[in-house]
Design a binder for this molecule. Structure first.
Ligand SMILES: NC(=O)c1ccc[n+]([C@@H]2O[C@H](COP(=O)([O-])OP(=O)(O)OC[C@H]3O[C@@H](n4cnc5c(N)ncnc54)[C@H](OP(=O)(O)O)[C@@H]3O)[C@@H](O)[C@H]2O)c1
Length: 251
């Protein structure tokens, strides 16, 4: 993806990875519009980055999504990049009764919303000389983390959807990218101080580098073993990965 001269919409841009990407892209001279539900986060991000714009949006509200996308296209006719970053991650109990609210909100935020948002933008994007749709998935799309089974399933699903959409758009001006982060220090699962997670600044720097040449997936170095997992040995790898995780939690 070219990293300058774009008009970029990023969901969940008021915190964590979304804010990091928004700021890095803003510094490169792109016009960046962020969204989220928490006005305070949006305000703080805008104050720190003069020239950036924001819109309040709950990605789980289909009518609000449609209205907001229409408004954005009207206000920013050259909008050519959509980064679907908003997401939630909650611990669940695949071995027991799944909380229905968790199930619906996770599938809605991580799977239905990025599909809806992209779908509302796609005809506009096809009219741009070059355009990008990016989905922020996760390495757990490739190696499920059993303590967040629903979350992992939504990320595997968005990986699948991105591949289908990339294929369908292969003869258009729209490229479809998937950014699959490893564990990164953000508020997700209270990981901001987590030593085992990748520092956010390092993640953003490596991701920006990878974005320059990416045509399909955007992976930082430590994410590659997990991304390369699927295949005939996948089941052994899943057990090993989860055993390691459980052992670390029990320490
Ligand atoms: N951190 C990691 O270890 C990691 C690893 C792999 C993948 N990821 C993915 O990276 C993405 C960003 O997560 P993060 O780590 O940066 O955590 P984060 O700081 O909690 O960011 C999540 C963002 O999503 C927004 N969001 C959540 N629900 C929303 C809704 N209904 N409507 C609108 N916005 C909503 C939040 O904004 P509001 O609450 O203000 O709405 C927030 O800005 C997520 O898709 C996550 O799954 C993270």
């Amino acid at each position: 993806m070219k990293l300058t001269g774009n008009t970029i919409f990023i969901t969940g841009g008021g915190s964590g990875i979304g804010r990091g990407l928004a700021e890095a892209l803003h510094r490169r001279g792109n016009k960046v519009i962020i969204s989220g539900r928490r006005k305070q986060n949006l305000r703080e991000t805008l104050d720190a980055n003069p020239g950036m714009d924001s819109v309040v949006l709950d990605v789980n509200d289909p009518q609000q999504v449609k209205q907001t996308v229409d408004d954005l296209i009207r206000k920013y006719p050259s909008l050519n990049v959509v980064i679907n970053n908003a997401g939630i991650m909650l611990a669940d109990v695949a071995e027991g009764e799944i909380n229905d609210e968790l199930l619906v909100s996770t599938v809605s935020t991580n799977l239905l919303a990025p599909i809806r948002i992209t779908s509302a933008f796609v005809d506009h994007l096809k009219k741009q000389p070059d355009a990008t749709v990016a989905y922020v998935s996760s390495v757990v799309a490739f190696v499920p983390l059993a303590i967040t089974a629903v979350y992992s399933a939504t990320k595997a699903a968005i990986h699948s959807y991105a591949m289908s959409q990339r294929y369908k758009l292969r003869n258009s001006s729209v490229e479809v990218l998937e950014i699959a982060p490893p564990w990164v220090r953000t508020d997700l699962m209270n990981s901001r101080e987590e030593e085992r997670a990748m520092p956010l600044d390092d993640f953003i720097a490596q991701t920006m580098k990878a974005l320059e040449t990416a045509t399909t997936e955007v992976l930082v170095e430590v994410a590659k073993p997990q991304r390369n997992n699927p295949g005939p040995k996948e089941h052994g790898f899943v057990n090993q990965f989860n055993d390691m995780f459980v052992a670390a939690l029990e320490k």
